[in-house]
Design a protein around this ligand. Structure first.
Ligand SMILES: *Cc1c(COP(=O)(O)O)cnc(C)c1O
Length: 452
């Protein structure tokens, strides 16, 4: 029996087990059925249908046990079906399922807001609002920034991903698949260069300061700082390819925002809740955002999202101006409280750092053997490799990526991809994954490169 990280509590054996080809016959049959029922626009990264999941394992309906390097896209940071999350949500569900906080409020919503105000960066007076999805949180952050400043423009960045609603499509950089054919998009959105160290023309060392100068110059010349309500950025870009901006970039942009009355919004929907080895990725460079959006890792898998920010900004919106029928659903709030407790009492911030060290160590060694690994990067348990054509040729290599990922999937490793050029393999294991499974998953990736 392989090791389970302390406190995982799952009854699922923490072992990879492959008993059929992947996907197995039952999954393939269900996939057939699905194609006649589910809209084709919804994809599935790896169509093995799930029976149960916990710790670092996803079990499918054919009896295979896969190693989870995806955590449902950085959602089940505390593990899938964490027993504390399940127990608290169940207890809540049995008392009441919904009243709508805007009709009859309840304590757990207030408690989650208190907790978010406590754990997010900065010790200033804060307020929070709860919503259903990351996109909805970003939409609300922009509404709040516009209302508080009386300005309209929003500045975003190359490679950004902020969601799939109309405004957040406009804020997102990549056309295919997120925006293609879905316009017209919301206006007053301005896109700026991103400090992308691996692809910065004058080299990674110059990237942060040079990119910041370009951004500040472009905002000044093309938009006018006095028109800008908000600068919105992921402190480490997620879907864009796990791009960690060059050092100095974020602090310079924040300083410019402060000097010009611009609301700085950190979109920590993917990076939040211990994922990057800090409770929030902003902490790494001591950034204190005016508003922060959270979702994915917030509630152990139940749908919940939030905007947290400076009281004077949050409270600038007129009464009744914010809300939504389901925002802050009581079961999701109960799950969030249990999940946060699991993160804090389980030492998952430290655990994310240890997971990251293991991954980066093995992947740097792998990169030394394979020229097509152009870059290995990441912070905490948010790690990626970017594939290129070869030594000195940084042309993206999505073909090699497809072969590596197909091999990993066939061997029972749930692995996700990302990147504007479709050439980034991203790793986001649940933070409670045991060391044995983590090592085994990395071995599967090494094998996949060896077979190329
Ligand atoms: C996933 C994501 C979103 C959108 O969240 P949904 O819950 O899918 O709407 C927004 N911003 C970032 C950074 C994300 O990773």
């Amino acid at each position: 029996m392989a090791s389970t990280a302390d406190g995982t509590g799952t009854e699922i054996a923490q072992e990879r087990r492959i008993v059929t080809e992947i996907p197995g016959p039952k999954s393939r049959a269900l996939q057939e059925r699905r194609l006649k029922a589910v809209a084709q626009g919804v994809g599935s990264n790896l169509p093995v249908y799930v029976e149960r999941a916990g710790g670092g394992i996803v079990e499918d309906i054919d009896g295979n046990a896969l190693i989870d390097f995806g955590a449902g896209i950085a959602v089940t940071n505390v593990g899938n079906a964490d027993p504390r999350v399940v127990e608290r949500a169940q207890e809540q569900l049995a008392r009441f399922t919904h009243t709508c906080f805007m009709v009859n409020p309840y304590e757990s919503y207030v408690e989650v807001c208190e907790a978010l105000n406590r754990v997010t960066p900065g010790d200033h007076e804060k307020r929070s609002i709860l919503l259903n999805s990351g996109a909805e949180a970003v939409e609300n952050a922009v509404k709040i920034a516009r209302s508080a400043t009386g300005r309209q423009s929003v500045v975003v960045f190359d490679h950004a991903y902020h969601g799939r609603t109309n405004l957040t499509m406009a804020l997102t950089a990549k056309n295919m698949p997120y925006k293609h054919g879905f316009g017209p998009f919301a206006g007053e959105v301005y896109r700026m260069p991103m400090a992308y160290p691996f692809r910065w023309a004058t080299g990674a060392d110059n990237c942060g300061p040079e990119a910041a100068r370009q951004v500040i110059d472009q905002i000044t010349k093309q938009v006018g700082p006095e028109n800008v309500a908000a600068v919105l950025i992921e402190p480490i870009q997620g879907e864009g390819g796990f791009i960690e901006p060059g050092p100095g970039f974020l602090p310079a942009v924040v300083e410019f925002c402060r000097a010009n009355g611009i609301v700085f919004i950190a979109d920590e929907v993917q990076t939040g809740f211990a994922r990057t080895g800090d409770m929030f990725a902003c902490e790494h460079e001591g950034i204190v955002p005016d508003l922060i959006t959270t979702a994915k890792g917030i509630a152990g898998g139940l749908p919940l999202a939030a905007v947290t920010g400076r009281a004077e900004l949050m409270d600038a919106v007129h009464g009744g101006g914010l809300g939504g029928t389901y925002g802050g659903n009581p079961a999701a709030c109960a799950a969030a409280l249990a999940s946060l407790e699991a993160i804090e009492s389980g030492g998952l911030v430290e655990r994310a750092r240890a997971v990251g060290e293991t991954m980066l160590g093995r992947l740097h060694a792998l990169a030394a053997k394979h020229d097509i690994i152009g870059d290995v990067r990441g912070r905490g348990a948010m790690v990626a490799i970017e594939l290129v054509k070869g030594a000195g040729d940084t042309t993206p290599n999505p073909e090699a990526l497809a072969r590596v990922v197909a091999h990993c999937h066939s061997q029972g490793l749930v692995l996700l991809t990302a990147g504007t050029y479709g050439n980034v393999i991203r790793m986001l294991p649940p933070l409670v994954i045991g060391d044995d499974l983590l090592d085994e998953g990395l071995s599967v990736i090494e094998e996949a490169f060896a077979r190329l």
